[in-house]
Design a protein. Sequence first.
Length: 133
Amino acid sequence: SEFNINAKSDSVWVKLNTPQTLSEVLGMNWRGGSKKLVEVGDAANMTTEHDTGAVILSYVKRRTEMRFVFEPDSGTFLWQDIWKLNQVGASQTKVVFERRYVRPVPIPSGQISEYTQFLQERLARLKEMVEKK
């Protein structure tokens, strides 16, 4: 997904590096661990609707790209979220978001549009959080 946020990339970066905010964006619950995700290996404990595990910062290119993996306690799958930020003009940021599953998690065909809508709502939440003054 690609979208623009009416804010400088530094503002978006700060929100994504804060586990409490990241958990809200992704529809998860933060349960502790690192209070900032800034160095590779920093981890926050989070829960999803069905799983408990750790969100771990696995790659960082300061202010332009970060990658997180979600490692559930069950060990049944793994996903990677890739966030790329590009400052456009003085006060707008182009955000590119991609989620990859290491072991494919089948989504029934009847739920694909529902899942896509869920992700779009989460990305809109980030936009709203950053643009709020």
